[in-house]
Design a protein around this ligand. Structure first.
Ligand SMILES: [Zn+2]
Length: 387
């Protein structure tokens, strides 16, 4: 997605005095991205529960950070969707005021705790352009009615940006039958499961569901990733059925992107640009890597979180493999900024699993459980975004 098309990253130090000072909090402000999506990263020495005070309507985004201070009032020039920004120190909170360069909305906000070798907390704000970003005549969006600016509760924040987009990927298809059971083919089971999951999710009215295939058609892996990207997916679920070396092994398992997979993403991005709209200019390679790295880390965290919720929810409906959440180096998970999991629903060459997977009532129960996991995960994301 466009978040990856970060052509440059501005690193704005808040001054050495701020670093480590007990009454500071904010260490750095970084901007990355372009006219389609712009990411603002606040490096903090402590956790924070941010509050959205203005959501982009009226040309301004304001985020209050309670109990955060910084060494000095700071401001900076813009990048991408940000015309300019400044920090305003107030009693008990620091306010980040963003003037938008064009109509945009806050797509997501989340807090990343220290980890993976990064010592700071990072509060991330992703802005997304409204309308056609290539058309400069689209000015800043008019102010919405006042009611829209009421305090943003987590669930409202989720509702406000419309339905969540879930891409369901039925593995294999067409000339690629996938794994083979005694009578069932993986490609037929994955398609039936995908359709059942789509129905379950659409019943809630909260999701827009996009299938990578709705028929017995062959769709290449690159196309599947591209479908997720152009659908602006919030979540990508790939459905498969395993095949083991013996008929004894059974149970479901969930895969997420591995470290190995991530280094492969970087390679793919460098080699050709089908995964991203623009390549990093040579001079900005290092900063490009920083923001790519950040995107992936957060994506990996969120994917792993979903994997966990998914396993909890399907545990009642199906046997699980002993080590059910595994990291995979799988091409189909290589959409680096979309949280993605691959669900192996069971072993098609195990007679018990094959019988279950071929049974539409069982599949429906299993996919209802996956739907419960999707509901639970988005509710949790909304809570995080409400920080
Ligand atoms: Zn498969």
């Amino acid at each position: 997605m466009a978040a990856l098309a970060c052509l440059s990253l501005t690193v704005l130090g808040v001054g050495g005095a701020a670093r480590g000072s007990s009454n500071s909090g904010l260490l750095k402000v970084r901007l990355g991205g372009d006219q389609t999506e712009t990411r603002i990263v606040l490096d903090l020495d402590r956790s924070v529960t941010g509050k959205l005070m203005a959501d982009g309507s009226g040309g301004k985004v304001v985020v209050a950070l309670p109990r955060i201070d910084t060494a000095s009032d700071l401001s900076g020039g813009g990048q991408g969707l940000v015309r300019r920004w400044n920090l305003e120190r107030g009693p008990g909170a620091l306010k980040l005021n963003i003037d938008l360069a064009r109509g945009a909305e806050v797509k997501r906000r989340f807090l990343l705790p220290p980890g993976d070798g990064v010592q700071t907390y990072r509060y991330v704000i992703d802005l997304k352009a409204l309308g056609d970003p290539t058309n400069p005549s689209v000015a800043v969006a008019p102010a919405r009615p006042r009611a829209a600016l009421a305090p943003v509760l987590p669930t409202r924040a989720a509702e406000r940006r419309g339905p969540r987009v879930v891409v369901i990927d039925a593995g294999h298809g067409g000339r690629d039958p996938g794994a083979q059971g005694r009578s069932a083919s993986e490609k037929d089971i994955t398609l039936a499961a995908a359709l059942a999951l789509k129905a379950r999710l659409e019943r809630t009215g909260r999701y827009r569901v996009v299938l990578t295939r709705a028929t017995d058609a062959y769709v290449g892996l690159e196309s599947r990733v591209q479908i997720a990207r152009s659908a602006d997916a919030d979540l990508f679920i790939s459905l498969h059925a395993d095949s083991g070396p013996t008929t004894e092994t059974r149970g479901a398992s969930v895969y997420t992107l591995s470290e190995r997979g991530e280094s492969r993403v970087t390679k793919v991005l460098r080699k050709d640009d089908w995964l991203m709209p623009a390549s990093f200019p040579g001079a900005d390679r290092t900063v490009g890597e920083i923001i790519l790295d950040l995107t992936q880390r957060s994506t990996r965290n969120r994917s792993a979180e979903f994997a966990q919720v998914l396993l909890e929810n399907i545990a009642d409906e199906t046997t699980l493999l002993r080590r059910s959440h595994r990291d995979a180096n799988l091409m189909v998970l290589l959409a680096p900024d979309v949280p993605a999991v691959l669900l192996e629903m069971g072993f098609i060459n195990n007679p018990d699993d094959e019988r279950q997977l071929s049974d539409s009532a069982h599949r429906k129960r299993l996919m209802n459980a996956v739907g419960d996991a999707v509901d639970a995960w988005f509710a949790r994301q909304a809570k995080v975004a409400g920080r």
